[in-house]
Write a protein that binds this ligand. Structure first.
Ligand SMILES: [Fe+2]
Length: 247
């Protein structure tokens, strides 16, 4: 599998605290069946050099564990302004990862997306199920050309019932193009294999392999994801998580 959202670079944000922690994360990723990772530290001013240094340290260790890593950034909305050429896309593709972080769309979003699009950039919204409250907002973002990346943890109930329900609704309505880990060090880990199983059981194998593999491959080839609208979820399976994983 390919993970397109992960805070594994050591010492650059609130993810891996140091190289030892980063290596532990990579070992856990390898055990989870992940062969490629796009490292996406949170955006902050003047951090390009710090990211490059952390990447150079981690890259040979990742190779020795059988994982290929590439670089990106998880932008917050305020950090997307400025010269689009200065932005760091996912693995050098034309896709940018954006954490909107609020339930309502900012008033300047149409202009911003338009200017990014004119620069040949596409937006992937990071874990919208964690802060968006309505499918209408997903529809608006989709009309603006955005794609959606859901967190494995949201689908597995890690962030609470509301978030899991939103993830489920987004999946059922075609607003899920990628699933990623958003792993942050030792406590928030990958869980992609577990999530893949859950998705295959609830929404079918085709959907699971699209959002946890095929669309990621398309992204690395700089191609748009395929949108699948799966069948309704098997409620019994979600009930299983409710009973066995109290929130
Ligand atoms: Fe993140």
């Amino acid at each position: 599998m390919i993970d397109i959202h992960c805070h594994v670079l050591p010492g650059v944000d609130d993810g891996a605290s140091d190289l030892e922690c980063a290596v532990q994360m990579l070992e856990s990723a390898a055990a989870n069946g992940i062969g490629r990772i796009i490292c996406t530290p949170h955006s902050a001013p003047d951090m390009a050099e710090k990211i490059n240094q952390a990447f150079s340290k981690l890259d040979p260790l990742a190779v020795s564990l059988g994982i290929r890593i590439a670089c990106g950034v998880e932008y917050s909305y305020g950090h997307l302004h400025g010269d689009p050429k200065e932005l760091r896309s996912l693995a050098g593709t034309s896709f940018l990862l954006l954490d909107l972080g609020c339930p309502e769309l900012p008033p300047t979003i149409v202009e911003l997306f338009f200017s990014l699009e004119c620069s040949g950039l596409q937006i992937i919204i990071a874990h919208p199920e964690r802060y968006l409250k309505s499918l209408d907002t997903c529809e608006e973002l989709s009309r603006l050309g955005a794609f959606f990346q859901l967190n494995a943890g949201s689908i597995l109930g890690e962030y609470g019932k509301q978030c899991r329900r939103m993830a489920e609704k987004m999946i059922e309505n075609g607003y899920c193009h990628y699933v990623a880990s958003d792993a942050h060090g030792r406590n928030r880990t990958f869980r992609l294999r577990e999530c893949r199983q859950c998705l295959a059981q609830n929404f079918g194998e085709e959907f699971a392999s699209q959002v946890l593999g095929k669309n990621q491959e398309l992204l690395l080839n700089n191609q748009l994801p395929i949108t699948l609208v799966p069948q309704k979820a098997n409620r019994k399976f979600f009930c299983f998580f409710r009973k066995n994983k109290p929130l």
